[in-house]
Design a protein around this ligand. Structure first.
Ligand SMILES: [Mg+2]
Ligand SMILES: [Zn+2]
Length: 246
């Protein structure tokens, strides 16, 4: 986010990560594969998610999980192949692409490198993760100061980031790909000329879609002025376009 402004215009493709670019929650996936006994901590959490995830990777390290093991597992998360093909197609069409995610930078970088897709993205915008000298991962909130957004967790307001991207990049069109309730705040920042690609059923293994829920609830749906298009697998499929997403 510290780069100088780019040439304005063109399409900016913004990808949510969990359940959008990949077909999993990367945080729970890594814990379930490596030390499933830690899974119960997700349902009994008393802190924010990012704080809990920092504690989960601390526990993984305490239980002998090495850096290379962790990176290998996060890199092999389940995907929808159509979404990865869409990244390659957008890259060939010279669209600028960023990942905007409430996961963390290390998990996303490890995955993109394994898929050979890192060069397709100009930015990975997520909670900051870093290995220390001993090989333990630390995860910190994206925002140093909570932005105080009523729609978002204190560690990351995707809407605020989207506004900064609009100022910095001046795209003539944004395509935003998302699935969850955390994608609603940035969806509200999109303009009428932008496109909101919203995951919708049938799209296994998910049954509930937090973003779609907000878009089918009239008071919150009215806050989104972008064109809404539902997606299911990421593959070339007849796009199900409906302004009210009903
Ligand atoms: Mg998501
Ligand atoms: Zn927000």
């Amino acid at each position: 986010m510290e780069e100088p402004p780019r040439e304005p215009g063109g399409t900016l493709l913004i990808w949510d990560y969990d359940w959008s670019l990949i077909n999993a929650n990367s945080d729970t996936y890594v814990v379930e594969v490596l030390r499933p006994e830690l899974m119960a901590r997700f349902s009994s959490r008393t802190t924010g998610w990012t704080e809990l995830m920092d504690s989960q990777v601390k526990e993984l390290f305490a239980r002998g999980v090495t850096r290379s093991e962790l990176e290998a597992v996060v890199a092999q998360v389940p995907v929808l192949p159509g979404c990865l093909q869409a990244v390659a197609v957008a890259n060939a069409a010279q669209a600028r692409q960023v990942v905007l995610s409430d996961a963390n930078t290390i998990f996303i970088e490890a995955f993109l490198k394994k898929e050979g897709l890192r060069r397709c993205f100009s930015d990975i915008i997520s909670n900051k993760a870093e290995f220390d000298g001993e090989g333990r991962l630390h995860i910190k909130p994206f925002h140093a100061e909570p932005p105080g957004c009523a729609l978002c967790p204190s560690n990351l307001c995707k809407g605020q980031v989207l506004r900064q991207l609009l100022d910095r990049e001046g795209p003539s069109r944004i395509c935003y790909v998302g699935d969850g309730s955390g994608d609603f705040c940035p969806a509200c920042q999109l303009r009428p000329e932008d496109l909101l690609l919203c995951r919708a059923p049938p799209s296994p293994p998910l049954k509930r879609f937090g973003l779609l829920d907000r878009l089918t609830d009239p008071p919150s749906a009215s806050q989104v002025v972008a064109k809404v298009v539902k997606w299911h697998t990421g593959a070339s499929e007849p796009l199900d376009s409906s302004p009210d997403a009903a």
